[in-house]
Write a protein that binds this ligand. Sequence first.
Ligand code: NDP
Ligand SMILES: CCCCCCCCCCCCCCCC(=O)OCC(=O)COP(=O)(O)O
Length: 322
Amino acid sequence: MLSQAGRKMLYNGTLLEVTYSNLLPLMLGSVGLIILFRLLQSMKERAIVQGAVVVITGASSGLGKECARVFHAAGARLVLCGRNKQKLEELTKELTVNDKKKAHMPHVVIFDLADLDTVRSSTQEILDCFGQVDVLINNAGISYRGNILDTAISVDKDVMNTNYFGPVALTKAILPSMVQRRSGHVVVISSVQGKIAIPFRSAYAASKHATQAFFDCLRAEVEQDGIKVTVISPGYIRTNLSLNAVTGNGSKYGVMDKSTAEGYEPRAVAEAVLNAVCRRKKDVLVAGLLPTVAVYMRTLIPSLFFPVMAARAKKERKMKAN
Ligand SMILES: NC(=O)C1=CN([C@@H]2O[C@H](COP(=O)(O)OP(=O)(O)OC[C@H]3O[C@@H](n4cnc5c(N)ncnc54)[C@H](OP(=O)(O)O)[C@@H]3O)[C@@H](O)[C@H]2O)C=CC1
Ligand SMILES: CCCCCCCCCCCCCCCC(=O)OCC(=O)COP(=O)(O)O
């Protein structure tokens, strides 16, 4: 503690009197410097996406659409990919309405990610838009609701094609141009379910676990080529994911689940994606306390995690029966 009169100290032969009044400007100065440093750091990080060519799959709705808005606002040049031309053109109109110079007019490329041949042929179209790809955001995906015993293998394959083989094929097709330039960033939107498997989501959780594994391998392999890889694993987001989910017989689930409706705002997750790209993060979990605990529990105390999941399955089955 300092007395009112302060504390006298001998420093390099000079007698210094340290008082509250001469410490205050020092403290304020330090805080100011830290704020200035953070501001400059954040401006430097944001400059990474300014003018960068960012390709977003599944840009017609939900998280992809929000990523398009957030990256466009950050100054990126966008290539919006999806199956629905009309929705993507509407989004392009929305993004360019205030962009008078049309400097960052997005391009639209239409293809079905589950059709691996069209993925390969669409890659040239993507590369031709701006002549290069700086950031590829593999966002498009589909979910699933069903019991393993009643699920047709064709459904497992369809989910794997959209969520795993599609992004893998697109990434492999774009990667050589990134390696040649020794620059690029590949992002994939996985899920908390890429880290833990929950009952009645087998096809979806399996596709997201495979995604996590593939892109972890990729990160290690292409680091020497100057390419960054980010896996983002969000918890529930308020989008149409559950409405669009497929069931065991391939029909649409068509229900807005409570967990989805009460999930994160897509804007908040899109900001987390932008932040991860700017800061070149490798693996980002965007989730609340309970899913985070579950992720650690699965790794550290699996003997506790498995009974919790079995109880969850039992409860869900009971609820369905009533
Ligand atoms: N919502 C959530 O709770 C969570 C979502 N995620 C992940 O976020 C990502 C985005 O999903 P979200 O925005 O929530 O859901 P949406 O259903 O709103 O969006 C999915 C997007 O993927 C596109 N898509 C689906 N199948 C294909 C296909 N075969 N070919 C091309 N595009 C396709 C859809 O396009 P179209 O308009 O043509 O159908 C749509 O643009 C997914 O990878 C999902 O797994 C992760 C964690 C939580
Ligand atoms: C003694 C301590 C007990 C701690 C209990 C922890 C177990 C809690 C389980 C929590 C499960 C969280 C699941 C989260 C799933 C999730 O966020 O998925 C995101 C999605 O991809 C959503 O897709 P869906 O199609 O399933 O809506």
